[in-house]
Design a protein around this ligand. Structure first.
Ligand code: SF4
Length: 379
């Protein structure tokens, strides 16, 4: 049963210097409108194949969906409304945006079509760092975008931040976090910058023009975030995610719980009946398949039972509650405690994990060494 629907918009105003996602720099409007036309066809075909009546979250992500031209956005929202949204069923409808491409007109359009959650890329409060990251906005624009969203009635705003920027100090990150809390979003994600091969930052690093933050400083930043944000009313409900009461991401919760979800659009991934599907990653293949009247599926992978168990554990260990022993047994027909007795004993012996008889979870110490714990559960 599909519980969540993700829709991918692969366009951005500029390519951020750290980004290795499937997204293209600015294209002309005709190009983007063409993509939306095909995406709407895909949504209609998906409706013929899958039942959406159990889906309760929709997430339009990218890329930067907010750079779509107004008319293209309207066409997309109209199709989603006709084909996907069962009245009263969608509890959370999220739209990703960057501050520089949100206008009053677009926000009114989102609200008119029922979007009730906005995820905004902010990343840093320091304009020099925003330039280094290749972002197309400054911090003032982020503040203005949030004010505009509030004026237009949006009550659920999430912001993304990034820490451990090149040569960033702990004090600098503390300043970004304080200014982020002043923006009073309902939800906040904080990810450590990873310099990925092939990105502009990787080139700068190779040329010796930037020096990545050292791991000790990154750990201090994480320690500060995990204390400062809860002190300010944000529960750390997932390793990188914090929310005010009642504002956990319902859509991402479906991913973490390994519920079935359908991804539509270029390169989007899905999990349906234990099978991972990946849509084509080239526009040529994506358009061609739709022209033939077929749903584009680029690659599929069926996980073995052991792989499904491992994926479930890795996802659930990220959550505050941890792995539910009852849910694990119901899902996989075996006892978590018996199947992973060795890994449980080893990580508990190092005070990295704990259990209360219902859940198995990371300790506070374990959250700093989550990867080490997770490795113990991999075959
Ligand atoms: S806005 Fe997001 S998807 Fe687009 S280039 Fe920047 S990081 Fe990548």
């Amino acid at each position: 049963m599909i519980k969540a629907i993700y829709i991918h918009i692969p366009y951005c105003a500029l390519k951020c210097h750290y980004c290795d996602f499937l997204s293209f720099g600015r294209e002309d409007e005709a190009h983007m409108k063409r993509y939306i036309d095909y995406l709407c066809r895909e949504i209609k075909l998906a409706k013929e194949k899958y039942a959406f009546n159990e889906a309760d979250t929709v997430y339009i992500g990218g890329g930067t969906p907010s750079i779509l031209p107004y008319e293209a956005l309207k066409a997309l929202f109209g199709t989603i409304e006709r084909e996907i949204l069962a009245p009263g069923k969608i509890a959370e409808y999220t739209f990703e945006a960057n501050p520089e491409s949100l206008s009053a007109e677009k926000i009114e359009l989102l609200a008119a079509f029922g979007v009730n959650r906005l995820s905004l890329g902010v990343q840093s409060s320091d304009d020099e760092y925003l330039k280094l990251l290749g972002r197309g906005h400054n911090f003032k624009q982020a503040e203005e975008a949030i004010k505009l969203l509030r004026r237009k009635g949006l009550r659920n705003i999430s912001i993304d931040l990034m820490y451990a920027l090149p040569q960033e100090s702990l004090q600098h990150w503390q300043e970004t976090l304080k200014r982020a809390v002043d923006l009073a979003p309902e939800h906040l994600s904080a990810y450590q910058l990873q310099i990925e091969e092939g990105t502009y930052l990787a080139k700068l690093q190779k040329e010796g023009r930037i020096v990545p933050a050292d791991e000790d400083t990154a750990a201090e930043m994480l320690a500060f975030s995990s204390e400062y944000l809860p002190e300010n009313g944000y529960e750390r409900y997932e390793l990188s995610n914090y929310a005010k009461t009642g504002f956990r991401s319902q859509h991402n919760s479906h991913y973490w719980h390994l519920d079935d979800y359908l991804g539509l659009g270029l390169g989007a991934t899905s999990l349906v009946d234990g099978e991972h599907l990946v849509r084509p990653r080239t526009l040529k293949e994506y358009y061609q398949t739709l022209d033939e009247g077929r749903l584009p599926v680029g690659a599929r992978e069926t996980l073995s039972l052991r792989e499904q168990m491992e994926e479930y554990i890795l996802m659930n260990l990220r959550l505050k509650e941890g792995v539910s022993l009852k849910d694990f047994a119901a899902r996989f027909g075996c006892s978590f405690s018996q199947t992973y007795a060795q890994a449980i004993a080893k990580t508990a012996g190092l005070a990295l994990s704990e259990t209360d008889g219902e859940y198995f979870r990371l300790t506070e110490k374990g959250k700093f060494l989550a990867n080490v714990v997770m490795l113990e559960f991999l075959n």
